[in-house]
Design a protein around this ligand. Structure first.
Ligand SMILES: C[S@@+](CC[C@H](N)C(=O)[O-])C[C@H]1O[C@@H](n2cnc3c(N)ncnc32)[C@H](O)[C@@H]1O
Length: 591
């Protein structure tokens, strides 16, 4: 018999096709960023000092340094306004300040957006919540929702793989989905995250009355929870507060000074000899554990509870022994997989929240209730942790995370990033959103966020159909983009014009649109010296490629042409963006 293990796998047409994503840089649009007057925590002096080279980011690709190499064309690097935003992005990714000031609202396709975040945020996101289009075939006012099933799976798989890379070791992903794709998505998630990292399929009661127009009305949506690693997640997952119905079960019939309490079972299943003693009730009756059970603790433990006045025998002192559990000592309860609308809201509640935020006619079509997201964020994170939603919709996750003191990143492709997310989040920062969970968490305003867009593709076609560096890139953007592409950390030096970034302490990168001569390369090589190495990315060079032991010289764009798909801006869930089916074997010769 073959020892080869078979693997259960969902396959579909085009599964093997994987986009080769361009790692874009993010550009802040400062006029859309919004901050309260003061940080939630002020930037500490020490951090400011420690933020190495912070002032030099982007700006130090400076003209005067460049001029140190004779005859270099004077490509003027814009002393970019983005230096501040990149510094803040780094500090935000490292959680140096631990406040909610530099959260990120990103407009663009989330596949490119997630890829853009990968370098700085891999392993840093504690909780991802997504509410993707459910592929129901409906066209909502703000976005379309319906592509061929296998394509939907491909598009989701590509995003899930990137999301997994962003999660912390104890992080978790939460996805809402209805029954159209839920079961396929479950198998897909098992494949990406590993079946052992499936935590739960929570059933959220989205409706409280059936839809009478159809044969069987759906009452729920699924909320999948996957952990980066189940064991790590279960150590950090928070209990949830007791619901009102549960707290009502705590009473105080004997006026115990410790407050309301609930009688809990004092027996346990099984037979353990040291838990099988007699108990004499206040009435004088002697009782033993019922058949098949023992007492919950040893006799010594029982005596301790008695001394603490925690044993209860009914109003007449003749009932089965019970243990008093005080409400004040309850840390919360383990969440379970049934989330009724009474606890976390329903779709109509979400609609009302959206209508209160926007004009009735412009309310978002498919928002989630703030209470639902609050519970997810409560279980999965603590204040200061980073929450990501890459299908941000009307901004609910960002708004809730902000009110709960979590840092957040939201990505939204649609126009409503500006018409809904932006004004909603401004209101949250300004303390002018009284709806949703505001009262419950006591949110008064503060913090802020920066608005980013994805940079255009680094390469574009010229009029002769050749790939060239996009005209929209200035020198600083080019240096940063090439760093990202080559896996270097962009950190231009104040003093050395050729140090735009580093991969190790001794390995640097220098990007220029210049045509470098042999003399210039030799001068660079001498300056770099034998202890360091430098990757030089330039438009052209006239020296000997192998002639400089400490330099690797590459031409842009030629050296990067095959690296990724250039000029592709939209990988969204729309039919026109679908990967083309590869020609059948043998067909190639026909073209
Ligand atoms: C169901 S809505 C999310 C609603 C959100 N939970 C809320 O409470 O408002 C799904 C969102 O995903 C967005 N979306 C779809 N494809 C996207 C993509 N490729 N990149 C970014 N956003 C995308 C849609 O524009 C839509 O706003």
């Amino acid at each position: 018999m073959s020892s080869k293990k078979t693997k259960l796998e969902l396959t579909w047409i085009g599964k093997e096709h994987r986009p080769r994503l361009e790692p874009r840089i993010l550009l802040e649009e400062p006029d859309k960023s919004h901050h309260a007057k003061f940080r939630v925590k002020e930037w500490p002096q020490e951090n400011a000092k420690n933020a190495k080279g912070s002032d030099s980011l982007r700006s130090s690709v400076a003209n005067e340094d460049r001029a140190k190499v004779k005859d270099l064309p004077q490509e003027i690097a814009e002393n970019s306004k983005n230096s501040d935003s990149l510094r803040s992005l780094r500090s935000f990714a490292a959680n140096e300040v631990g406040d909610i000031f530099d959260n990120m609202l990103i407009r663009g396709d989330n596949l490119l957006g997630l890829k853009a975040l990968e370098q700085e945020f891999a392993g840093k996101v504690k909780c991802v919540f997504i509410d993707p289009p459910y592929n129901t075939g409906s066209a909502f006012e703000h976005y379309d929702d319906g592509v061929e099933h296998s394509i939907w799976l491909s598009l989701m798989r590509d995003r899930l793989e990137l999301i997994k890379k962003l999660l912390t070791d104890d992080g978790s992903l939460w996805i809402t989905i209805d029954d159209n794709e839920a079961h396929y998505l479950k198998v897909l998630c098992d494949e990406v995250f590993g079946r052992k990292n499936f935590v739960a399929n929570i059933v959220w009661q989205k409706r409280y009355a059936p839809d009478v127009r159809i044969a069987i009305s759906d009452a729920h949506e699924n909320l999948f929870c996957y952990a980066a690693a189940t064991s790590a997640f279960s150590k950090v997952a928070n209990l949830i507060p007791l619901a009102e119905a549960q707290t009502k079960q705590f009473k105080n019939p004997d006026n115990d000074l410790r407050g309301p309490w609930k009688a809990s079972d004092f027996t346990a299943a099984g037979f353990r000899p040291n838990q099988m003693y007699d108990i004499t009730l206040p009435s004088g009756r002697i009782v033993t554990p019922p058949a098949g059970r023992c007492w919950r603790v040893t006799e010594e433990g029982f005596r301790k509870f008695t001394a603490e006045d925690r044993m209860y025998y009914g109003p007449k002192g003749d009932g089965v022994p019970a243990l008093k559990r005080f409400l004040s000592e309850m840390k919360g309860m383990t969440p379970w997989t049934w989330w009724p609308h009474t606890e976390v809201g329903h779709s109509q509640e979400a609609k009302s929240e959206s209508q209160a935020l926007f004009e009735r006619d412009s309310a978002f079509a498919t928002p989630k209730p703030e209470r639902l997201i609050e519970r997810v964020i409560h279980i999965a994170t603590n204040p200061g942790d980073l929450v990501l939603d890459s299908f941000l919709g009307s901004g609910t996750t960002a708004a809730v995370a902000h009110k709960m003191g979590r840092r957040w990143i939201g990505i939204e492709l649609g126009e409503h990033c500006e018409t809904h997310c932006l004004p909603r989040l401004k209101k949250v920062v300004d303390g002018e959103d009284p709806g949703g969970i505001t009262q419950a968490v006591g949110w008064k305003g503060g913090g802020g966020f920066r608005y980013y867009r994805l940079a255009p593709s680094l390469l574009e076609k010229d009029k002769w159909d050749n790939w060239v560096v996009s005209k929209e890139y200035n020198a600083a953007m080019l240096a940063e983009a090439v760093c990202k592409l080559e896996g270097f950390s962009y950190e231009p030096s104040d003093s050395l014009y050729w140090q735009h970034g580093h991969s190790t302490e001794r390995d640097f990168i220098y990007t220029t649109t210049a045509n470098l001569s042999h003399d210039q390369l030799q001068e660079l090589s001498d300056e770099v010296g034998p202890e360091r190495s430098l990757l030089v990315v330039c438009s052209a060079f006239r020296g000997r490629k192998e002639g400089y032991p400490n330099l690797t010289v590459k031409k842009i764009p030629n050296a990067v042409l095959t690296r990724c798909e250039w000029g592709k801006d939209d990988y969204s869930l729309k039919v026109e963006n679908l990967p083309k089916a590869p020609p059948a074997p043998g067909q190639q010769e026909l073209f």
